[in-house]
Write a protein that binds this ligand. Structure first.
Ligand SMILES: *Cc1c(COP(=O)(O)O)cnc(C)c1O
Length: 350
């Protein structure tokens, strides 16, 4: 730390991203990337966009914004594109959380980091013993609510009725639903926007659209909420979405067929892997995401993690209370998961 860092940042604990190994022969199941390539037209669109690199990109990101609006059946004033959904979330914490923010004890690690960065008072709401969310905890909580749905790293999803109850009982508060994993088996809250103006839905191209490297995220909400996000964006970095990523995003959204094919493959692989792991003595949550969250009845999480690492397989775990023995395993291709399962059989002796 230099002697120049502002005092309010001196205790800030930054987010720790999952490892991005330089060694490429690893089977990488640690950061929930999609194992399949982006939609077929994406590469060509990126190359064409690169021909105009000397020019600034469109600050409104009009082409992908319109494509996304059409995909969700909303108007384009209701859609906001960003440099990854992490940036959308950062803008939300700046724009909507001065009155305090509430989120779960076990959830996406960036929420407490943003609260710290922007000096926002946080209310941490414990999940139930089985990692489910008790909706009642959020009813009338009188703070901005941020929920990952499905949640990470637990993989569990709330129903639309549950989200409705939170929205109805927080009429004066904004409810932000982070749908990073929604395309792998949960229901999107975008359909609730017609009825609830206190809802903002956040999403990403990093997982279900195989574009983590492009950094494209979005928010969908009322025209007014989106105008507020634009106020923050134009006060910070009007050109946050680069040319190549904007072009890639448009093409990716328009290819509905490829999108459906990829997510169905991942869902099918997930179900097979989970069944195999259960037969080896693992138990876990009912994941609606592109990862599974499991612990073994006998072996410690750290032991299994280390043994997998020795076999060149990378998964994710945390030294945190309640979940220290759990592993979060991203669903790769069926071939990758066959190698993973064989390694696991060797480790747990089945
Ligand atoms: C991956 C993830 C994000 C961040 O996505 P980017 O668009 O890559 O920044 C946001 N929220 C949750 C819950 C995530 O898992």
């Amino acid at each position: 730390m230099s002697r120049f860092l502002n005092e309010r940042l001196q205790c800030l604990e930054p987010y720790t991203p999952g490892e991005q190994p330089k060694k490429m022969k690893l089977i990488k199941l640690n950061t929930n990337e999609n194992p399949y390539p982006p939609a077929p037209g994406v590469e060509k669109a990126v190359k064409e966009a690169a021909e105009n690199l000397r020019l600034y990109p469109d600050p409104q990101s009009q082409a992908p914004t319109e494509a996304l609006a059409q995909f969700f059946g909303v108007n384009s004033e209701q859609v906001f594109l960003c440099n990854g959904s992490d940036e959308v979330l950062a803008f939300c914490f700046q724009a909507f959380c001065d009155g305090g923010v509430a989120f779960a004890d076990i959830t996406y690690g960036f929420y407490p980091v943003y609260a710290g960065l922007y000096n926002i008072k946080e209310t941490v709401v414990p999940l139930r013993e089985d990692f489910s969310i008790d909706v009642k905890d959020y009813c009338g909580i009188n703070k901005t609510v941020v929920l990952a749905n499905p949640n990470a790293p637990t993989g569990l999803a709330l129903s639309l009725d549950d989200v409705k109850e939170i929205l109805q009982t927080n009429d004066k508060n904004l409810v932000i639903i982070d749908e990073a994993y929604v395309d792998f088996g949960a229901e999107s809250c975008v359909s609730l926007l017609k009825k609830y103006d206190n809802l903002l839905v956040v999403g990403t191209f990093s997982k279900s659209r195989s574009m983590a490297g492009a950094r494209v995220g979005y928010a969908v909400g009322s025209n007014e909420l989106i105008a507020d996000l634009n106020t923050v964006k134009y006060s910070f970095n009007p050109y946050n979405l680069n040319r190549m990523s904007a072009a890639a995003a448009k093409v990716a959204v328009e290819d509905k067929e490829y999108f459906d094919e990829c997510r169905q493959k991942i869902i099918a692989t997930r179900e097979k892997v989970m069944k195999e792991l259960v037969s080896m003595g693992f138990k876990g949550t009912e994941s609606k995401t592109n990862f599974i969250f499991v612990e073994h009845v006998k072996y410690k999480g750290k032991e299994i993690y280390d043994s997998l690492r020795e076999k060149n397989i990378l998964v994710r775990r945390w030294d945190l209370p309640r979940i220290e023995n759990y592993l979060r395993i991203t669903i790769g291709t069926q071939e990758e998961m066959d190698v993973f399962l064989q390694a696991m059989r060797e480790i747990v002796g089945k």
